[in-house]
Design a protein around this ligand. Structure first.
Ligand code: FES
Ligand SMILES: [Fe+2]
Length: 430
């Protein structure tokens, strides 16, 4: 249980709030690189700030304030040029530093005499970096820390995809769910059995263990009939979850009441398909409601979403009753509190990397990579696929985490896995 005051502190993400300042010490994914092949400008709301992310014609990314400095028109309706983004209202243009670089009427009518005025005009701009097909933003004070290249981004010979979903609740509910081992038994295993009409019960949790790791937490569980077979699940501070070892789930705060769920997923291709390399990582947006307006409940993160949004837009933690199953949640909140205090003292919070050599490849605390990256022959892979599909609530689906994988992504997956011949594509589409 938290006091009303502490619940506010833990959930407010705006600039100048303790949690908002903590979250501004990390890089957050805001888009897929391939989104900009389809549209070079993407409106982005993150940490309560309205911005536009763009890729100009020279390939440079920018992340700037959404409103133009002239008379506040919406830059999301502007266009990109060889350098920067231009406002469609009166044509002022800005580069990725937020510097105004063109004011057509003033430049023509005043010529060189306009230079001082033009150079005095700036809009807010934040640094952007790309990694593993994602576009990351940093909204904190300079100097920005390194963007960690987690070991998973380095895996080879896998089909990758990026999935987004807009979730109408505070980010902390989603992040607390990452470190809550017992929910797997109920929200996923038992609920899926019930939805399938089965009267079976999932193996019960007998013991859970949460331990600190340099970048966050790892936890393991012992279940009846199963023991503790899997690698520990990893929670990376403050908002990244890696269950297993083949995908990341980012809980990116849009504002106090909305979260961008970003999934970066990798799946080993069968041995016959190797070497396999993907030039472009495709993306899609996952629906979270069905046609009747109810939450979708069939897939893993859809089930998680029901858990998160069911707690309310901002969970009232003054009315919760924590139990021993919540040791991870308690440890996570404690660390967030310590990290907010560190930031207030002017120090780096946990997990921030300043050494480029260290950030170049951040290894997991165990050797799961060797096991996960290995891959199997196609016949064996097909058997595993069929077993996975038999457990799913939607027939013939390839993706267990989010419902609604579009047909063009299915086709790319089938090509990668050797289920169909690669299609001829004149121009790649995501
Ligand atoms: S409002 Fe953007 S150029 Fe005038
Ligand atoms: Fe879950």
């Amino acid at each position: 249980m938290l006091s009303e005051e502490l619940n506010k502190v833990m959930t407010q993400v705006g600039k100048g709030t303790p949690m908002g300042e903590l979250l501004r010490r990390y890089w957050h994914p805001i888009a897929a690189e391939t989104e900009f092949d389809d549209n070079p400008i993407k409106p982005v709301r993150i940490l309560g700030e309205d911005l536009v992310c763009y890729r100009d014609r020279s390939g440079t990314y920018g992340l700037v304030e959404r409103q133009c400095a002239h008379r506040r028109a919406d830059l999301a309706y502007g266009w990109v040029e060889s350098c920067g983004i231009r406002c469609s209202y009166h044509g002022w243009a800005f580069n990725e530093q937020g510097q105004c670089i063109s004011q057509p009427y003033e430049d023509v009518s005043k010529g060189e005499r306009n230079r001082a005025f033009r150079e005095s005009i700036h809009i807010t701009a934040y640094p952007v970096k790309t990694l593993a097909g994602l576009v990351f933003a940093y909204l904190g004070p300079q100097p920005a820390p390194e963007l960690p290249r987690w070991e998973l981004f380095d895996y080879d010979n896998g089909f990758k995809q990026i999935i987004f979903a807009d979730v109408p609740c505070n980010w902390l509910q989603a992040a607390e769910n990452d470190i809550d081992p017992v929910h797997f038994e109920w929200l996923h295993d038992n609920w899926s059995l019930v939805q399938r009409g089965s009267t079976e019960a999932a193996p019960r949790h007998l013991k859970i263990e949460v331990t600190e790791w340099e970048f966050g937490f790892q936890y393991s569980r012992v279940r009846e009939r199963i023991g503790s077979p899997d690698f520990p699940r990893l929670h990376i501070m403050p908002n990244i979850f890696m269950p297993g070892g083949t995908h990341f789930e980012y809980r990116v705060p849009i504002d106090d009441e909305h979260t961008l769920s970003v999934v970066w997923a990798w799946e080993a291709v069968p041995l016959e398909q190797r070497p396999y390399h993907q030039d472009r990582i495709p993306y899609w947006y996952a629906p979270i409601k069905d046609e009747r307006g109810r939450w979708i409940t069939t897939h893993v993160i859809n089930q998680d979403t029901v858990g998160w949004v069911g707690q309310g837009v901002i969970a009232d933690r003054t009315r919760e009753h924590l139990a021993s199953s919540d040791i991870g949640v308690v440890a996570f909140r404690r660390r967030l509190k310590a990290d907010m205090e560190a930031v207030a003292r002017g120090e780096d919070p946990s997990g921030v990397i300043r050494d480029p050599a260290k950030a170049a490849l951040v290894r997991w605390p165990d050797d799961r990579r060797r096991v996960i990256e290995r891959g199997v022959p196609q016949a064996e892979w097909l058997k595993l696929l069929q077993q996975r599909q038999a457990r799913m609530l939607t027939p013939n689906d390839y993706f267990i985490f989010y419902a609604g994988q579009p047909d063009h992504i299915r086709a790319l997956y089938e090509e990668a896995m050797g289920l169909r011949q690669p299609a001829y594509r004149e121009s790649p589409s995501s």
